[in-house]
Ligand binder design. Sequence first.
Ligand code: ADP
Length: 285
Amino acid sequence: MNTAADPRDPARQERERRELKERLGRIRHKVIVLSGKGGVGKSTVAANLAVCLAESGRTAGLLDIDIHGPSIPRLMNLEGRPVEMAGETIFPVAYGEKLKVMSIGFLLRREQDAVIWRGPLKMSIIKQFLKDVEWGELDFLVIDSPPGTGDEPLSVCQLVEDADGAIVVATPQALALADVRKSINFCRKLGLRIIGVIENMSGFICPKCGELTEVFGSGGGEAMSAEMGVPFLGRIPIDAQVVKACDSGTPYLSVCRDTAAARAFRQAFQPVIDLGRRGAGEPGE
Ligand code: ADP
């Protein structure tokens, strides 16, 4: 038997660990975007954070490793984009001057392919994907993790050993269901710093009269963050333009600059932008 081809072979594991460290070591800041469950806007937050970083002059990578529902290709209008490979190395797709994108969705022939993966194969795919993408030097890598607190996000958080921290995305009703508490405890167990909680789809501002309607209640995210001693990054209102932007493959922040949701996104992302400031020796705000 060829042990080098066996993923459990200790020599192979050590080599892969070294390669992973080397690749990720060329990226100054790594931020993992987590959520207690799917559908709360995790990928929307990850994509817009990456765009916001690129717009602020940082070189950024957006890695979509949500193996059950990789939605970044759709959000960025990159569906079906061919991926360049050389041996085991995978090259990310350029998106403008400052941003590079890689999604596990680029490597699936059909969207349904992801759901049939068995446990151990999923873990090894996550690892290969983190290890084999050649980002080069970057200021930031934003990682769109699989949702929940199971084995898949666990693998991501364990493999990215020196992540700066996690952003936890939730909706007000999910907060009531204690999903966020689970995500926070998950990060704590792993020793992963929590950059903060974003409460997404929090209230609806009527585009005609500007009145705010609290569709799912309000204030839960802030209260829960305070109770658990983690920063609260802000509330993003429901905005039909977000859905439109997602569906048309244009990140919201590149088309909507001065709406309530755009301001809320930018404000929520400020602590991440500030990480780069400190890293680059610039004064913070
Ligand atoms: P997740 O990654 O958590 O599964 P997505 O980012 O794919 O969630 O978002 C799920 C859906 O919710 C998408 O259709 C997206 O356009 C929509 N969405 C996300 N945030 C908002 C918001 N603030 N306002 C309106 N729609 C939103």
